[in-house]
Write a protein that binds this ligand. Structure first.
Ligand SMILES: NC(=O)c1ccc[n+]([C@@H]2O[C@H](COP(=O)([O-])OP(=O)(O)OC[C@H]3O[C@@H](n4cnc5c(N)ncnc54)[C@H](O)[C@@H]3O)[C@@H](O)[C@H]2O)c1
Length: 311
């Protein structure tokens, strides 16, 4: 089956491309930065195209050539500090270009990444897991754009009968994550590099999920013929930066992790209690224990730095 991945050389994208190929799919990866990851070892199983998702002609030309049954858009501007015009073009117009091209070419299933950011702060919901049916309270540029993306998908679905599915990943973690929420990653990676690191609040809450688990989620849902829902939470592990630091120091006793304050972070933390019953029941996903994932990241970094494995 032909699968078209926009943003396919990114943090999640390059792993998804590789997983899809391992499962027998023919993949076309379109990215504005095609050199960010090499798929040379996969030979002709992956076609890599330089293309800008904000340019409809680029998307149409590459997608027409690939004639995909499945399309997924992972290209995005992570974070909320971007100039409005630039972010709007990539996040909103880019998404529309993807949906419109998929519509014109009759793709059977189109997917995109939303985010837990749509929910905003956990305090909107109290001390309970948030479901996909809850109202959204996202406040900043990134969250607002994801909320609009979910609306764009619904609009295309309702007006044209398209099948479009969104995933709301939690705080994705991995050794090479450098964009988006990174404090929960840096506490692991900087310690593994032997660097001291400091954060404002020990009780700041996050909901990490390893990038391999998120990739598996995207692959399973993308290959489904008819997912039952339009949106799925990935969920993850609700944990404080202080607790992550404790796990890291269990593997690296000399790690120098400091906090300015013990408390004050939880009250301003984003949504971190997440219900992923939909995904688990329909797709049977199971995540490896977070503690194991921390060790995996520690050792990915140590291997890269020529250090012996920890743990
Ligand atoms: N990483 C996370 O923690 C996280 C959490 C929730 C949701 N998400 C969402 O998952 C998706 C993928 O995230 P990621 O972490 O892999 O991001 P990433 O920044 O690593 O990857 C995005 C890719 O899009 C490409 N791109 C940027 N502008 C483009 C353009 N104009 N045309 C074509 N390609 C372009 C980039 O070159 C990059 O390869 C995004 O939608 C992101 O918002 C990520």
């Amino acid at each position: 089956m032909s699968v078209f991945v926009i943003g396919g050389t990114g943090f999640i994208g390059h792993r998804l491309v590789r997983l899809l190929v391992a499962r027998g799919q023919r993949v076309t990866c379109m990215d504005i930065n095609p050199g960010a990851h090499s798929f040379a070892d996969l030979g002709d199983k992956v076609a890599v195209v330089r293309g800008d998702v904000t340019q409809f002609d680029d998307v149409m030309a590459a997608m027409t050539k690939a004639a995909p049954e499945r399309v997924i858009n992972l290209s995005y501007m992570l974070g909320s500090d971007h100039p409005p015009h630039v972010a709007m073009k990539l996040n909103i117009l880019g998404m529309d270009n993807c949906f419109e091209a998929a519509r014109l070419l009759g793709a059977k299933h189109t997917m995109y990444a939303s985010s837990l950011a749509v929910n905003g702060k956990q305090t909107h919901y109290g001390d309970r897991p948030v479901t996909e049916a809850d109202d959204v309270h996202g406040e900043y540029q990134y969250a607002k754009h994801k909320i609009v993306n979910e609306w764009q998908a619904q609009d295309y679905t309702e007006k044209f009968g398209m099948l479009i599915t969104g995933i709301r990943p939690a705080n994705v973690t991995g050794p090479d994550k450098v964009r988006g929420s990174v404090d929960h990653v840096n506490v692991i990676t900087e310690s593994a590099r032997g660097n001291a690191i400091r954060f404002p609040f020990k009780d700041a809450m996050r909901c990490p999920i390893h990038v391999d688990d998120v990739t598996e989620v995207f692959a399973r849902v993308l290959m489904a013929d008819k997912p039952q829902h339009r949106i799925y939470n990935t969920g993850g592990v609700a944990i404080s930066l202080g607790e992550i630091a404790d796990i890291v120091q269990g593997y690296l006793p000399d790690a120098k992790i400091g906090f300015d304050k013990e408390t004050g972070g939880k009250a301003i933390s984003g949504n971190h209690m997440i219900d992923n019953t939909r995904l688990v029941q329909e797709f049977g996903v199971q995540y490896r224990p977070y503690r194991e994932r921390v060790l995996q990241i520690v050792n990915d970094i140590r291997r890269g730095n020529g250090l012996p494995p920890a743990g």
